[in-house]
Design a binder for this molecule. Structure first.
Ligand code: TXA
Ligand code: MG
Length: 348
């Protein structure tokens, strides 16, 4: 995006509390109908929304985020009827799509499906497929229903940066670039949706290719099919998933064991710890300038997921020379957390 394309706004925040709820919904819907973009809460992270069927509106998302046009967006539907408008569900996976929708929608599961002609190419970066999910956030759902059209919404951060899990984080990322942020407090999942592609198999349960680990875990999906890593050839279809992502501005490094860390003299280091417990091997490995715990004390993966991006942002503002992250165990939600930690520690 060149400077002359930059649009300048005095970004307004409306709190979608009891009093502000109707106002927030009405303003957001009015802006979306006019082809504008607005930041909305979802249960995973805040999204930057546009009418998915309006190519000009969707172009504004790419501009505000400085997102390359080759990185496609997720389309959010308000009902199963809207699924037909954006996706062609092949006969051989119809039953399993319905089963997964019954089980996980509305919620943080995104399914890759062949797209209909109604979806502009800019949404899918020219791919023949579209990513679809139904958000479970009541505010998002209300706005999606009232708009009557599906909503394209990537996370409401500048490209490559940490996804926002609060309205204030959105303001830091996109303040001055968008007209409105609907503030509904902290997101209750904290990491982006799980993304899968489904492949039917004769006489066997289907295969779910995992394109992004998320709140719906492998363990949960295994009840309905075989979960496999996305094929590398498939992944090339979505370059956004390959790159360094979720990166703080402060150098960030995930280490495997405490002995992997050797401090440079005079540098300040912060530890992004799982529990922050005094006796923990990572906490004891160094006299850290700061220790931030993802799930203080007992260590709960669900709490760690909710706090992950918040904690990364907080540490990014501490003026440290480097942030060192300790691993969490890769079971359940731990898979999605480790995926984010790994990608944050890939330097571009
Ligand atoms: O939880 C979420 O999914 C949030 C909220 C706002 O819904 N959205 C989100 O969007 O995380 P975004 O744009 O940050 O991530 C979408 C991912 C990207 O990595 C993109 O490459 C991938 O989905 N994607 C989109 N369309 C695709 C397609 N047709 N095939 C494969 N990957 C696709
Ligand atoms: Mg994103």
């Amino acid at each position: 995006m060149s400077k002359k394309d930059a649009r300048v706004f005095e970004t307004k925040t409306i709190e979608a509390t009891d009093d502000g709820m109707k106002e927030a919904q009405n303003e957001a819907v009015a802006l979306l109908q006019r082809g504008e973009i607005v930041a909305l809460p979802t249960e995973t992270v805040y999204g930057l929304a546009a009418d998915a069927l309006n190519a000009d509106a969707v172009a504004k998302i790419f501009a505000a985020k400085e997102r390359p046009r080759f990185d496609p967006l997720i389309v959010h539907i308000a009902s199963m009827r809207d699924l037909e408008r954006v996706a062609i569900v092949p006969e051989e996976i119809r039953d399993i799509v319905n089963t997964l929708a019954n089980e996980f929608w509305p919620g943080p599961l995104t399914i890759i499906l062949p797209k209909t002609d109604a979806v502009p190419d800019i949404v899918t970066s020219g791919l023949p497929t579209v990513c679809v999910r139904q958000s479970g956030h009541p505010i998002f759902r209300g706005i999606n229903k009232a708009l009557g059209n599906p909503i394209a919404a990537p996370s409401a951060n500048r490209f490559g940066r940490i996804s926002p899990t609060s309205a204030s984080a959105v303001m830091k990322e996109l303040g001055g670039r968008i007209p409105l942020i609907v503030d509904a407090g902290a997101c209750n999942e904290g990491i982006e949706s799980t993304i899968i592609r489904i492949e039917a198999r004769e006489g066997k349960k289907p295969i779910f290719y995992l394109h992004r680990a998320g709140p719906v875990t492998k363990e949960q999906l295994q009840k309905f099919g075989k979960v496999e890593k996305a094929k590398p050839s498939d992944k090339l279809q979505a370059p956004g998933q390959l790159e360094s992502h979720y990166a703080p501005l402060t150098p960030f490094r995930l280490i495997e064991k405490p002995s992997d860390f050797t401090p440079d003299i005079g540098k300040s280091y912060g530890l992004l710890s799982y529990t922050g417990e005094e006796g923990g091997a990572f906490v004891r490995a160094h006299r850290w300038d700061q220790v931030v715990a993802l799930s203080p004390g007992s260590g709960k993966l669900a709490e760690a997921a909710i706090r992950l991006f918040y904690a990364m942002r907080e540490m990014d503002e501490m003026g440290l020379d480097e942030i060192i992250a300790e691993p969490v165990s890769e079971i359940g939600l731990g898979v999605a957390i480790m995926d984010r930690l790994r990608r944050a520690s890939v330097q571009m």
